[in-house]
Ligand binder design. Structure first.
Ligand SMILES: Nc1nc2c(c(=O)[nH]1)N[C@H]1C(S)=C(S)[C@@H](COP(=O)(O)OP(=O)(O)OC[C@H]3O[C@@H](n4cnc5c(N)ncnc54)[C@H](O)[C@@H]3O)O[C@H]1N2
Ligand code: MOO
Ligand SMILES: [Mg+2]
Length: 398
């Protein structure tokens, strides 16, 4: 059976080819930038007032000096000019610093009386409380890079730079398909031998976190139904995510049906726990992921394989975070062990606390985990304080 590393190699040599597309910037959230983005002007574009108060010339300051007020410079008004160096203009946060002034004194440090502003002290220097033009970026500077993931902060940069349309990598059309005769819809009371379908919603939600609005389906453990459903889906979607029916059972028809439909199975079985029967294949430009049906297996394989593969296909910049194991773990089998954990931050470090659970079918304790550590196959004792790669379930980033 191949290792996790070998499986990832196979995935990385079979990327999905995704064209670039132009989107209104509000719709670009969670997409990957396809171009660098440059500043169209300085940031800030003018000397920006940072406190509500008065603007004066710093050189004119004396303790208890009274400045006649010439008027108000509000945010959004063209720049005013101070006509007398012993006068002041009231200024509001976000306004242009008026011409012939170089310092802002906040209202809390002055008294307003009869059209005058009296200052407390002379302890102000030039450009105090002023955000100087071009401090953060100069016109032409690169602000965002191709491959950046667009989150709320980056989306606001696109707005600030006037990118009403933005060039991004297209996200794939994905179908999430549950399999199994035992599954009933959430709204339906299950009979004693039935369970509620949950993995499909788990995958649908995990995809939403990546900006992908997937369609969902449910196919019975019935060869012909599976064949017809999948044949159609292979033509309509770029990615099919299945949960269940990939192991050794008499009704685990997926591997066989894929073969019959001409899907080239590139991975079936990985030396890992959970998720041993994981399957990956392709037919032309349509890619197929068969996640083992146990809920923890489905979720761990989604993150380990699908997410990594998508990020690679999108040429997105990624990080490989790690965390400190908070308790010793012994695992006596030579397989990669994806250990469910809950993370906490203590003394500025990320600690991973193992979640006790009864195996990959235990969805109750799965919900307590926010990540998993991947413990290597070539060791059995994993000591407290050792550092291992971590994958987060809920982190926005890849
Ligand atoms: N003889 C062997 N048996 C099994 C092996 C093996 O190697 N040899 N592998 C085990 C492992 S590991 C796993 S994981 C499971 C994987 O099974 P399948 O992918 O074939 O999935 P199913 O048989 O369809 O279901 C397994 C389990 O998961 C539940 N399930 C499935 N889909 C959903 C869903 N959408 N929502 C909620 N729960 C779901 C299903 O009811 C079963 O309980 O096989 C082991 N067996
Ligand atoms: O390895 Mo399976 O994925 O645990 O039940
Ligand atoms: Mg099975």
């Amino acid at each position: 059976m191949i290792s996790v590393h070998e499986a990832k190699e196979i995935l990385s040599t079979n990327p999905l080819s995704l064209p670039d597309t132009s989107l209104p910037f509000q719709k670009s959230l969670h997409h990957t930038l396809a171009t660098d983005v440059f500043a169209d002007r300085d940031a800030p574009p003018f000397h920006r007032v940072t406190m509500d108060g008065i603007a004066i010339q710093a050189a004119s300051l004396k303790a208890n000096k009274r400045y006649p007020i010439e008027g108000i410079q509000a945010a959004g008004q063209p720049q005013r000019s101070l006509s007398n160096s012993n006068h002041c203009l009231e200024v509001m946060t976000g306004a242009m610093l008026p011409k012939n002034t170089d310092c802002v004194i906040p209202y809390e440090k002055i008294r307003l009386l009869d059209g005058m502003a009296e200052v407390d002290s002379a302890q102000y220097s030039p450009y105090q409380n002023v955000h100087l033009q071009g401090t953060d970026a100069k016109k032409g500077d690169r602000i965002l890079e191709k491959g950046n993931w667009i989150h709320a902060g980056k989306l606001s940069v696109l707005a600030s730079l006037g990118h009403a349309q933005v060039s991004v990598r297209q996200l794939p059309r994905v179908l999430v398909c549950a399999t199994g005769d035992e599954l009933v819809p959430v709204e339906q009371p299950p009979l004693p031998h039935q369970i509620r379908s949950s993995n499909v919603y788990m995958l649908e939600s995990a995809l939403k976190d990546l900006g992908i609005n997937a369609k969902t389906a449910h196919l019975a453990d019935e060869r012909q139904e599976l064949k017809e459903g999948i044949e159609k889906a292979l033509k309509e979607y770029q990615v099919l995510l299945f949960s269940g029916a990939v192991s050794k059972g008499k009704f685990d028809f997926l591997p066989e049906v894929f073969r019959e439909l001409g899907v080239d199975t590139l991975i079936h079985g990985v030396n890992q726990k959970p998720g041993k029967p994981f399957l990956f294949g392709r037919k032309g430009d349509c890619f197929v992921f068969g996640f083992p049906g146990n809920p923890a297996s489905t979720l761990v394989c989604f993150h380990t394989y699908f997410k990594t593969w998508l990020s690679n296909s999108l040429q997105r910049d990624t990080e490989t975070p790690s965390a400190i194991l908070a308790d010793e773990v012994v695992f006596n089998r030579p397989v990669t062990y994806h250990l469910l954990v809950k993370t906490t931050i203590r003394e500025g470090k990320i600690w991973a606390v193992p979640i006790k659970n009864s195996g990959s079918g235990d969805w109750v304790h799965l919900s307590e985990a926010d990540a998993f550590l991947s413990l290597p196959a070539d060791a059995t004792v994993f000591k407290k304080n050792e550092v291992f790669p971590i994958t987060y379930f809920h982190k926005d980033n890849f």
